[in-house]
Design a protein around this ligand. Structure first.
Ligand code: KG4
Ligand code: ZN
Length: 341
């Protein structure tokens, strides 16, 4: 089954052709990094216009087979920026209508997890860890399409915290990869930073306090000594990374004690961080599955990929699809359905 996947939830436009959920025929992404860089964050209105401008030409690049050969159109339905979502959805709706093909809406966070299974199939049940610019979540994946949300961030996403910390160090947007580079050779134990604890929610995350602590550290609010030397900045970056990642490891370990799993699935833009990958592989007693090269950050391949098992399981909705800033997961068990909202 040949599926065309369309992604436009935030600041990347992605289109891909995937056969049977796994075989990548084409995969193109137009990044808006340069567009948003002067503002240090994503400007939704600019993001929407950019998606609109590039979707047509990206589709042409992605079409390595005639459009008529496509069996199903899949589009990211949310979560995401509402305007950006609508642009992708209306583009997909137009294609599906014009071609007379079925249309499926895909949950973007589920797709990030699915991306981790696109290299080699992992054993299930798996513990899923989504770490991106908009999301941080721990998920029990009984199998693809059957999830229990264990914990999620109560404030900022981890990637957002990386971007803010990087900005404080004078690094360009998006700052995650720059901060990782700066942290190399830095002393991760020099500054005693730590991520937040969420009262009575041992699996949830909180990164806003870490962001504030980092601001005070860089400005030297308590010491009267702002961090300016290259050594200081390196140590600060390494300490920030250690604080954020040791929190992920700790909560993943805690989750595993309650939900025994056979593998760990890591997805989302922050999963490109090599320090995080090493730490998880070293500290957790189960095999780590990461997205293949190019499929960690937002892309159309993970949308087209997940559409395959979802179509086999549920078919396509008869009522059509709408943009949803907080869509439910395809099949969260009843008792956890509310937590996903
Ligand atoms: O998954 P993604 O492309 O978009 C969302 O769905 O949000 O993730 C983007 C995020 C940005 O915050 C970016 O700084 C972060 O992923 N990121 C990284 C690295 N590469 C990208 N964070 C830390 N280390 C990296 N190497
Ligand atoms: Zn994403």
């Amino acid at each position: 089954m040949l599926i065309l996947g369309i992604e436009s939830t935030c600041d990347e436009t992605g289109i891909a052709l995937v056969r049977d959920g796994r075989t990548l025929l084409s995969h193109v992404v137009a990044s808006q990094e340069a567009l948003h860089q002067p503002y240090g964050g994503v400007i939704p209105e600019l993001a929407c216009r950019y998606h609109l401008d590039v979707l047509d030409s990206l589709l042409k690049k992605a079409l390595v087979v005639p459009l008529e050969k496509v069996d199903l159109i899949a589009v990211a339905q949310g979560p995401g920026l509402i305007g950006a979502l609508w642009i992708g959805i209306q583009f997909a709706q137009g294609l599906a209508f014009g071609l007379g093909k079925p249309l499926l809406g895909i949950n973007h966070i589920e797709a990030h997890l699915y991306a981790a299974t696109m290299g080699a199939p992992p054993p299930f049940p798996a513990l899923g860890l989504v770490v991106s610019g908009g999301h941080t979540a721990l998920v029990y994946v009984k199998e693809i399409g059957c999830y229990t949300l264990i914990g999620q961030t109560q404030d900022d996403a981890i990637g957002e915290a990386f971007d803010k910390a990087a900005k404080l160090l004078g690094l360009p947007y998006p700052g995650g990869p720059h901060l990782e580079r700066l942290a190399q050779g830095g002393d991760p134990r020099r500054f005693p930073l730590r991520a937040g604890r969420v009262k009575k929610s041992p699996f949830d995350f909180s990164f806003s306090g870490l962001k504030t602590a980092f601001l005070y550290l860089v400005q030297g609010r308590e010491t009267g000594l702002p961090l300016t030397s290259e050594r200081d900045r390196k140590d600060a970056a390494a300490s920030f990374q250690r604080a954020a990642f040791s929190d992920l490891v700790e909560k993943a370990k805690r989750a595993l004690a309650h939900y025994p799993c056979k593998s760990l699935l890591l997805g989302g833009g922050v999963s490109q961080n090599q320090t995080l990958r090493h730490l998880l592989a070293e500290q957790l007693p189960l095999p780590l599955f990461c997205p293949p090269e190019g499929l960690s950050a937002d892309n159309g391949a993970m949308i087209a990929g997940l559409a395959y098992p979802q179509f086999l399981r549920h078919g396509v909705p008869t009522e059509g699809i709408t943009a949803q800033t907080r869509p439910p997961w395809t099949s969260l068990p009843e008792e956890h359905a509310d937590e996903s909202k």
